[in-house]
Design a protein around this ligand. Structure first.
Ligand SMILES: NC(=O)c1ccc[n+]([C@@H]2O[C@H](COP(=O)([O-])OP(=O)(O)OC[C@H]3O[C@@H](n4cnc5c(N)ncnc54)[C@H](OP(=O)(O)O)[C@@H]3O)[C@@H](O)[C@H]2O)c1
Length: 286
């Protein structure tokens, strides 16, 4: 299948390029080749590439910065997907787009299912939900995959930051009252491939398995880094849990946004890898 990828220089797209190119012909574009805000350019690129499917990895992903940059975040997260979806509708091809656990504000009673009510808070979350609705409105065939807490090669990410800080400092403070599921981009790329292979349509959730706090994630990354010799054993670092109130950020974060993975497993017959095993695999690959 010929797949046109937008936002192809991003962190997730790097894993998509590595994994999907083994099974499909990829036509890679980032803002320089196909700006998702430019309808005419999308059409032109589609005329050249003649894709069977568009995979949108482009987005405005700076969650805190978005609070001061609402208009542009909305353009990238809502108008861009709408442009791609309308082009897909016209061509009769499906759009695969990536969304976020932030569209929920779960109360911790159960992992969020695809049809649970959304309650986005903050500019990033609200504009990502608007993007989902724009895709629905276009009437194109679509697959929207919501994911969470992504990390992988080629992007600024949480485990890399924690390991860097652990090497430099003796004390780290990390938020312990936000629970979610860290997700390795390589595993999400595999999941996208699986969902595309079975022709999945509509909303799906995919993350690594396990609901943990940022504090747990930081401790896991640091422990694995010690085990792999990435941090000198002679250097000791303490990791202290703190509350969101003690560590305020411009954008609100959900206290609980674990996603239910049953629909994915049912559709593909695959079980998502567990978060700690995935983290180990990532750190070993560095
Ligand atoms: N990162 C996470 O923790 C996380 C969690 C849940 C969901 N997601 C979702 O997963 C997807 C991928 O995230 P990511 O972290 O891989 O994103 P990323 O690294 O920020 O990549 C986004 C890419 O889109 C490009 N882009 C920006 N504006 C564009 C435009 N107008 N036209 C075409 N391309 C444009 C960016 O280029 P520049 O760098 O030059 O701007 C960048 O290469 C996004 O939909 C995101 O919302 C991410």
């Amino acid at each position: 299948m010929k797949i046109l990828v937008s936002g192809a220089n991003g962190m997730l797209a790097r894993a998509v390029r590595e994994r999907l190119s083994r099974e499909h012909e990829l036509f890679l574009t980032d803002v320089g080749e196909m700006n998702i805000l430019d309808k005419a350019e999308i059409k032109k690129v589609c005329d050249i590439a003649k894709p069977h499917l568009i995979l949108n990895c482009a987005a405005y992903t700076a969650v805190d910065k978005a609070e001061e940059d609402e208009a542009f975040a909305r353009r990238l997260n809502a108008e861009g997907p709408a442009n791609l979806a309308n082009e897909c509708k016209e061509r009769g091809i499906p759009l695969v787009s990536i969304s976020t656990d932030f569209v929920f504000f779960g109360d911790g009673s159960h992992p969020m299912k695809e049809d649970d009510p959304t309650a986005p808070k903050g500019v990033y979350a609200v504009t990502k939900r608007e993007g989902e609705l724009e895709i629905e409105k276009s009437g194109c065939e679509f697959l929207i995959v919501r994911t969470a807490w992504l990390y992988g090669k080629g992007g600024k990410n949480f485990p890399d930051t924690m390991i860097k800080l652990a090497k430099e400092r003796e004390l780290l403070t990390v938020v312990n009252d936000q629970v979610g599921s860290p997700t390795f981009t390589q595993d999400l790329a595999e999941a996208l491939l699986n969902l595309i292979s079975v022709g999945a349509r509509g909303y799906y959730h995919f993350t690594n398995q396990g609901g943990i706090s940022w504090y747990d994630f930081a401790c896991g990354a640091i422990e694995e880094a010690y085990a792999l010799g990435m941090i000198d054993k002679a250097h000791k670092v303490d990791v202290k849990p703190v509350t969101t109130k003690e560590f305020p950020r411009p954008a609100p974060r959900p206290a609980y946004s674990v996603l239910c993975l049953e629909k994915y497993t049912k559709a593909t017959g695959k079980t998502p890898p567990e978060w700690r095993e995935a983290l180990k695999r990532y750190l070993k690959s560095l």
